[in-house]
Design a protein. Structure first.
Length: 495
């Protein structure tokens, strides 16, 4: 039995009639050369061998009476792997559009909370003898980093697989009684005044470091500092209104794209920035074009939320959520691609400094402080009042998750690409997540179907923007060479 943290449980409170709390991914596989055919029976067999390595896959939720404490993961005595592993066939030869449409439908369906919170689908019928495996698991169980670790349990370094330790027969532990859970919750409630003092003291210590960001947001809301014209802010202000910052429906649209990592690094090296800065600049340019297409480009820059893993090495292999977040300006108001990249670099640098000043322990304490019953009620009030789309704290989530840098295999089939599929919520109807794998960056875009129906167009703009950044990098490199030559010539004349 393992208790969820307040941060884990917050993803349960997130779910509504239109919002699901799970994250997923699509593995595109090349079946040629696999030692055995990739069938539903074969995939089930491989997963059955690996599940003992990931106990949460056969655990379900146990709620504390009256919602007085965070729920627990407990062994599911009736665990049935065949319920969780399923198959879908596309009409041959299945296209990428058919694949994304099918994944969109699967991703929109909520998970059954009476069972372990995951499902996996073998999708056959793709062209060129390919197959896909779509998996989804509740965000209450994993974050981006632990999800990547979970994927390594399922993947192998060779098509022949690997030797696994002999698994002991599954003997589900007996769950605790409800009175016992209620007693533990009552004891924690008695400790609440002490927690209040601790959290208050920590907030008072950290508050001065948050002042610049708070002043920026409040100032923009009051209309201060308008007319500064020549100064482009690198600290996030108030998120402007966009077509995707509105209430969402239960329907989804998904798009996939891949770009060459070496091309991204060429831009990175020319401008002296990071790979993530280039990704953010690509997103800023793509969003600018899409918003302009829809006559909805705001006069203010967008604000991006960037999840940041705070998982230390000692927590490697542990599931759950160890994540913080930072807000950064997304310069969608800037026309020049090179200048956009420079502003992104400055903005993320400022955001990192701000985020680093907030101790993760404080985030954990605050998220653990409120009982789930109160958290759920507060969430219902927020969703009912429409606060998240009337005053969105940011416009879009952009997440970069590391992946393996060597070829890997799933059930003997070679992994060609892994596309992440994340979460959208009320007021946040668009999400861009990417995973790096074997020299490529694989983008997975998710949207509310009614808010961004042409999400594939937006995904195409990401590739176009990388091309624009490459041209800007070539220009920058040429300018550096010219400047170096002139400096060398001037030095020679001086001698």
């Amino acid at each position: 039995m393992q208790q969820l943290t307040g941060l884990d449980a917050s993803f349960l409170a997130l779910e509504t009639a239109t919002t699901t709390g799970h994250v997923g991914g699509v593995c595109v596989l090349d079946r040629a050369g696999a030692p055995r055919p990739l069938t539903l029976a074969r995939l089930t067999e491989v997963l059955a061998e690996r599940i003992p390595l990931v106990p949460v896959l056969r655990r379900k939720l146990l709620q504390v009476p009256l919602g007085l404490d965070q729920p627990y993961w407990i062994d599911d005595a009736d665990f049935d792997i065949e319920y969780h592993v399923r198959e879908v066939a596309l009409p041959r030869p299945g296209s990428d559009a058919q694949l994304t449409e099918q994944v969109s439908r699967l991703h929109a369906r909520p998970l059954d909370r009476s069972r372990p919170l995951w499902e996996i689908y073998l999708i056959t019928g793709l062209a060129r003898r390919r197959a896909a495996v779509y998996s989804k698991i509740h965000h209450a169980a994993i974050d981006g980093a632990s999800g990547a670790e979970l994927l390594t349990v399922l993947l192998d370094l060779a098509p022949t697989g690997r030797d696994l330790p002999a698994a002991e027969p599954f003997a589900p532990a007996k769950p605790p009684s409800l009175p016992a859970l209620a007693a533990v919750a009552a004891a924690k409630l008695a400790w609440r005044p002490v927690q209040t003092v601790r959290i208050t003291n920590e907030l008072l210590r950290v508050l001065p470091t948050l002042a610049p960001a708070v002043n920026s947001v409040v100032g923009s809301m009051l209309g201060l500092n308008r007319g500064d014209g020549g100064v482009i802010a690198t600290r996030p202000g108030r998120a402007p209104a966009t077509p995707f910052n509105k209430p969402i429906t239960p329907h989804r649209r998904i798009a996939f794209r891949s770009v060459d990592l070496d091309t991204v690094k060429t831009v990175k090296n020319a401008f002296g920035v990071s790979v993530n800065d280039v990704v953010m600049a690509m997103c800023a340019g793509a969003l600018r074009r899409w918003l302009a297409d829809h006559d909805a480009l705001p006069a203010q820059p967008l604000v991006a939320m960037i999840p940041v893993s705070v998982r230390d090495p000692a927590a490697a292999g542990a599931l759950g959520n160890k994540v913080s977040a930072m807000l950064a300006t997304l310069p969608t108001t800037v026309t020049d691609p090179g200048l956009r990249l420079e502003i992104v670099h400055a903005a993320t640098k400022a955001a990192k400094a701000q985020q680093a000043a907030i101790p993760q322990g404080l985030v954990d304490q605050i998220s653990d402080f409120a009982p789930p019953a109160l958290t759920a009620r507060a969430a219902r009030v927020v969703f009912a009042t429409g606060l998240l789309h009337r005053l969105p704290p940011f416009n879009i989530t952009i997440s970069n998750v590391p992946g393996p840098n060597v070829p890997v295999y799933l059930a003997g089939a070679r992994l060609i690409a892994h596309y992440p599929v994340s979460v959208v919520t009320d007021g946040q109807g668009l999400n861009i997540t990417l995973v790096g794998y074997l020299g490529q960056l694989h983008f997975g875009l998710v949207s509310c179907r009614e808010l961004v129906p042409d999400i594939d167009v937006l995904a195409g703009y990401l590739v176009d923007e990388l091309g624009s950044l490459v041209k800007a990098a070539e220009k920058r490199t040429a300018e550096k060479r010219t400047a170096a030559t002139r400096a060398a010539d001037a030095g020679a004349e001086g001698r």
